[in-house]
Design a protein around this ligand. Sequence first.
Ligand SMILES: Nc1ncnc2c1ncn2[C@@H]1O[C@H](COP(=O)(O)OP(=O)(O)OP(=O)(O)O)[C@@H](O)[C@H]1O
Ligand SMILES: [Mg+2]
Length: 471
Amino acid sequence: MSDWSLDLPLLQLSDDDIWTLKDACEGVQIFGGTGSGKTSGSGRVLSQRFLQAGFGGLILTVKSEDRTDWINWITQAGRADHLFIIEENGNEVFNFLDYELKRPKGGHTENIVTLLTHVIEIAAQRSMDGGNDPFWAQAAKQLLRNTIDLMKLAEAHLSIPDIYRVIISAPTSQEQITNANWCAKSYCFSLLKKANQAVKNNPDLLDDYTMTETYFLNEFIAYADKTRSSIVGMFTSSVDPFLRGTLRKLFCGKTTCPPDVTLKGGIVLIDLNIKDYSHIGRVAQSLYKLMWQQMIERRDIQQNDRPVFIWCDENQFFLNSFDVSYQQTARSKRACTVYLTQNIPNYHVALGNGDKGKAMASSILGNLSTKIFHANSDPDTNEWASKVFGKAWGYKTSVTTGDSQSENGASSNQGHSMSQQLNNIIEPNEFTTLLKGGKENSFIVEAFIHQAGRTWKATSNNYLKARFSQE
Ligand SMILES: Nc1ncnc2c1ncn2[C@@H]1O[C@H](COP(=O)(O)OP(=O)(O)OP(=O)(O)O)[C@@H](O)[C@H]1O
Ligand SMILES: [Mg+2]
């Protein structure tokens, strides 16, 4: 039996309009210009309700003050004992490859290769489809596939630095294989020997072993030197940030804080904010986000239906192509997405300004059911927001005036006519005058709210003008 009713009230948006857990599971997008009150207004109220209700959560950070703000909110909600902070020189670490290898129904080489290609895409900020020449991407994936199979057969520890060790010690000539000195030093060769031994104890592994051995002792050697170094370089240059420093410490050793802690009510705060940690912060958080979203897609809500949330303020830093498919399934997994950003162009820049990027942005936004629009001066966002609310038939009064000459002299006449026309329910300029909080506005932040398919009771219409207190 479920402990969580989808009717659980979370926000009272007007005297008659309640926003529930079901609404939260359908996703939230908050827009508003800089200083419009996204974080301190609607964002703060929403996060407080999630925390008070006992949700687990994942929080990504962008500004240096995010850590203090969230620790305060989590403490005020009485949830401090559920907090896990992933930070530089902290105690919480997560080896994502080892996690993927050992998780229930995990460990499939092809899935680990796919995960690695996602990680390479995140780290290199480019697609690993090889562009016009897919040979390189296919060859790099083949190298990874054989490396991971070899490591699994030899029961080696799986992490990016370990994969790197295997690849750079793989034989590049027949002479090396016959040189006892070289063989003794090569990590790759030592794993081949171990794997060979493992096959003797378990003949079921023979097919996998034969493929791997043939690859490393024949195919890989047969490549021209330039080709081989290009294939290896494609991997090593992309994962370089994981071979040293903070990313290595946090994501390549042990695991204390897997994404699953959130299903038990854990609140994971990744304090590697983008402003201070730049590329490393973006890679670390995007990686954890990806692993968390994949875990959510697998979760069995019959066993445990505790709601969880993912919170991405300044979401343009974390958006990626995986969000498209994730948002399509998140609602059935009791996972509440809250994305905040200033404007639509931020998303187009993040996903690529071409048609593909714009289509991805539309798909993600289409799957976030509740949209909260704070004050904004960006014309593209205001036009788009106005279109979200749509148009309604209204009457327009026209006045016609004219001069006429008669024997008594000139006179003017006036006529009134009424015509029906389609008007914007919310005009684009209405988003420019919403209250932005602060002392001058008595700490009140205003927003127009739209929720797909919902007619608000307070307005008998699809818009609700809500007020949030910053205090
Ligand atoms: N707790 C608070 N009490 C009163 N005023 C606040 C509080 N927090 C922020 N403000 C002020 O209210 C305004 C809105 O701030 P807020 O940080 O919520 O904006 P935002 O929409 O998140 O902006 P950004 O896009 O820059 O993150 C700002 O002028 C800010 O200085
Ligand atoms: Mg903000």
